[in-house]
Write a new protein. Structure first.
Length: 84
């Protein structure tokens, strides 16, 4: 347990950020899984649009690296295009 006031505050901030990041990362993963689990092309396209929004937001906020977001978007787009 920290004794210094600034260390206590840093710990509180880290705890708060961890909870937020975990929730956002979970939502992001769920969105990507929805695209892959879509039954038809129309459903996949709609899920893809939602996933792209979350990926862009996560990259902007620093949750994931921008190249990681670009890679995921590219692979999901390719998946949606080839979906029968």
């Amino acid at each position: 347990m920290p004794r210094i006031k600034s260390a206590k505050k840093a710990m509180r901030q880290a705890r708060r950020r961890t909870i937020t990041n975990r929730a956002q990362r979970s939502a992001l993963r769920t969105a990507v899984k929805r695209v892959r689990g879509a039954a038809n092309k129309q459903e996949a396209t709609q899920a893809y649009a939602a996933a792209v929004t979350l990926l862009d937001r996560a990259a902007r906020k620093g949750l994931i690296h921008k190249n990681n977001a670009a890679r995921h978007k590219s692979r999901l787009a390719k998946y949606v295009r080839t979906k029968a």
